[in-house]
Structures are given as C-alpha cells and as structure tokens.
Write a protein of this length. Sequence first.
Lengths: 94, 389
Amino acid sequence: MSSVIVRIPTPLRSFAGGQSEITAEGADVGAVLGAIGADHPELLARIMKDDGQPREFVNIYLGSDNVRTLNGMDTPVSEGDVLSVLPAVAGGAA
Amino acid sequence: MRARDRRLADIRSKVPEVSPREALDLQRSGAALIDVRDAAEVAQGSPGGALRLDRGFLELRIEEAIPDLDRTLVVTCASGQRSLFAADDLRRMGYRDVRSLAGGFNGWKDEGLPFEIPKMLNADARERYSRHLVMPEVGEAGQLKLLESRVLLIGAGGIGSPAALYLAAAGVGTLGIVDHDVVDRSNLQRQILHADERVGVSKVASAREAVLALNPAVNVIEHPLRLESANVEEVFEGYDVVVDGSDNFATRYLVNDACVKHRIPNVHGSVFRFEGQVTVFWPAREGAPGPCYRCLYPEPPPAELAPSCAEAGVLGILPGVVGLLEAVETIKILLGAGDLLVGRLLHYDALSARFTEFRQARNPECRYCADGAEFPGYIDYQEFCALAG
C-alpha cells in the first residue's frame, strides 16, 4: 500500500467536498481511486465507468504519464506519487 | 596615391578577388555569397541565394548566420570595393577563406548570372517589427513568413481576444475570425477585443475594428457564423494554423476533425474557472507527428456528466493567459522555431500558481488520426451548454 496524492480538477471539486487534493492509499491506480470513491462515490462515477475503466472524456495521469499508456488502472503506484485527473473542458469563448 | 586606394591595395594583397563566374561556382559548391549592400540597394536585386547582411551589421550578425569559420565566404557589394573592406573585416574576425567579388553585383548582372528581387519589408514594417527583426529566430525572413501566414481563430471570446491582438501585433498577415455571436456586456470582463461602445455589435466586426486599430496592415476575414459540418471545410480552406478558443464540445470536435482531415495544426486551449489547458494537436506534423483531440478525449461527455451551466464561470484573466500561450505556439509553428506543445498538455492552475506538463502520446487506434485511418466523417454533436469561457 502506498500513500498517493490525487489532484482533483475544479469541475469535479463539488463532488469531492470542495477539496483540490485528496490523499489515499492503494497498490495501483484503480485501488487508489476506489479508496477515494468509498468517501466520494459521485466523484468516482464521473471518473470511472461501471467496468472500472476511465471514462472517454477523462484522463488520469501518474506523474506526467497518461495511465492509458501505462498499465491502465492496474498501473502500480509508489509512495508519494501524484495522480492528476483531467476531464475535457470546453470553455473558451462564449 | 590616395589613402583609400593604398588601403584597398593593401587588402587586395590579403583577400583574393574572384570573377562573377568563379563566385557562382564557389556558391554552388557550398560557399556563402554575402551581399553587404544596404536594404535600398538589395531591393533592386541581389544574386540568387545570397545572404543579405547590411555592411553596418555585418560583424554583429555574421556568426549567427555562418557559425563555421572554415566555410568559404564570397563577399559582394555594388562594384567590388565595399566588399573588399567587408571581406578584410571578416578575415580578421577569424573566417579563414574570405574572397571578394570583383565588379560586384553590377559585374554579376553584366555576366547574365541569376539574381532575384528579394521580398523585403517596407519602411513601415521595418519600423513596426524592429524588435522582431533583431532576433535571429525571427529576422526579416521570419517576419516575411508571418506576413504571408493565414491563421484562423475559432471564437472572438476570452481566448480568441488576446490571441487575435497579439498575432495581429506580431504581423500575422491574415487573421480569419469565426464567431456567430454579438458582443454582450458580460463578455467585457475578459474579451478584450471588444469595447463597451460595441455592445450589441457582431463580434467579428468588433474584432476587426480592434485588430485594425492595432495593426492596419492585417487582412481580417470575418466569418460571422456558427461552425457546422456543412460549412467547416469552406471556412478552413487556405489557413495555415487554427487556434481553437471555442466554448463548446460540438465545435471543438468539429475543429479537431477538420484539422485532422486537412492536416492543419490545431492550437488548442480551454479554460474553467481558475484552470486552463493548452496543447497543439498535429497528427500530420512531418517527422514528429502528435496526437489529435480524440486521442486525448475520444468522445465528448454526455450532458449529464459535463460541468453544469450553473457551475460555469471563469476568472477573466485566465483565458488571457491561455490565449497568449496559444498565440506563442502559433507563432512558433509559423516560424518553425523552438519545441512545440505537440504531444504535451500544459495545465495551468492559477489558484495554486502551478504549471504542470503531461505527456500525451498518439492513440494508435484513434478513429480519426491513426495511420491509414479513413476519415469517418463529421459529427454534429448536440450543443448542450456553452461554458462561459
């Protein structure tokens, strides 16, 4: 089990009690997000599909690497790693 | 003997002179032909492929242009005298093989050798872009490239405003601006192209006014329309770079798909409250192709999972930062300078004052940009919420 910092993007903070970072434990990416989901199920639902895979409009980065290019949700994490969640955002002009 | 002639005789004993024909042969075998005449003379014609370095700046700039002291240099002026003085200076700077073209450009022309009328900046442009001209990364050649460039801005809003103004100021020759909307007072918190007195005016017309006030030489093309699959191809025709500052997923996917299809670099930026994302999507980039928007996010979120309209909002300055980062990437693309944000997503969190860079590889199975993928067609996604950007 490693303690990992998960950065929550602004559009999802209302589902994380307003927090911008959450520290959680787990052996891999899926486990860390699952641990967060226990306290914040709505947040998890916006990041992951029912099958446990990240949604098409959300990317999860371990450090600077997209976990899709690593081992997906099974990518192992180490103590002190940072996971960043980045959803697609459309804003610009309006 | 006059002092000048004594000096020239002395230089001739150290600097070999070559005939126009010999100069051409040397140039063809790799020597640099350097025309040291001033801009007004060069504007009348200059040997083909010559490096044009005004005598006044020769010593200051030669090393940036020709770092190799062993390269053969042939210096030319109008008649072959200034070139001797210049060649002697280059020799003393350490260039080991410097020659002077006897008879200068006049002799060159008389021999019927190839010359060109170089494209040059006029006096107004020379003054306006003087801070660019002194930088080796831009210079006159780069500035001319910018003047011949065509950039299409998607949205004359929070992101498009600073991008349009700075690209116009930088001398991008043609700016196309797509926006179907009119200026609303609530836009003015961030959309600095517009002005209080233009509330109610079409955004592209308002943008034109602001751009031309800053740089009257810019060719502004107004596209007062909403981008759709039916018009996207016609609108994108002829542009070198697209700068996406749109405010909804439907437009962003359309912009991506058209850029992929037509091999146009897509400079992408988006904002939400205090956060921005910037990257360059360019699967057709030669040598180092990058991902497209769909590699990053294959499909837009459904309405129920997108940030709600009620939550939307943005720090007015944030799209300014993002729009300027997009403008910088655009200029780099046009100049072919530096390392682009291709395959790299830059995330800016203004509240924590943190820039984070994420690597983004191409998706080898991307439906739109994978090698050999057949274009699947445009999709008009339903527009469910225009986030205030």
